[in-house]
Design a protein. Sequence first.
Length: 225
Amino acid sequence: MTSVSLSTNQNVLNKMDIGGRVIIEITCPNGQSAQANSQLIGFKKGHYVFIEYPSSPPLEFNKIYLEGADVTFRAITNTTHCDVIAFKTTIHSVIYRPMEMICLHAPSSITMKPIRTHRRIESKFSCNLSVNEQNLTGVMRDFSFGGCAIALPSKLSPDSLLNKKIALTIEIESLEPISVRGEIKNIDVKESQSKIGVMFDADGISESELQTLHHQCVLKGWDKQ
């Protein structure tokens, strides 16, 4: 069973990467609500959380981002199991200089929910991806029975790829490639590179194929545990 922990310790905020992707859902006093992607700029424990002012074509956010509006904040932590950190708060203010950003009140409580229940094994397998009629080449950085993380030397659009089905071919030296099916659950874009988190379909990869991958990691010295 997936466990959810509740904390009032502001140090939990340290588990988020500065510049990491966050998802916010805003509900204004007039009842209008919207969801958008943003990036974490920083925080002052016990006082404020700062995020970039998001752009969202479907709604004019400059009209609904009002002081006092309710916000639900979600982000992926930088911990081993990549938990989801979430909290509810309100908007303190909108800042326009030297850059546009939103200042949130620090939360009174924070929830954390693990999204990984299997141990992740570090890897460096080359792989080919097919998603949204695009063919991409990347490197599988880690994997488990439930999913994997893939690094790509290109900047991807989270809005167009998130929750999309993906076909993955893993190249293994001197062995037959392994084909995997799954769904993109997370995209972290930094400068000209991207890292995607893939959740395997229920029958997306077999136990024997995982054992083959693990064995190759051990042989190459990637798995230090």
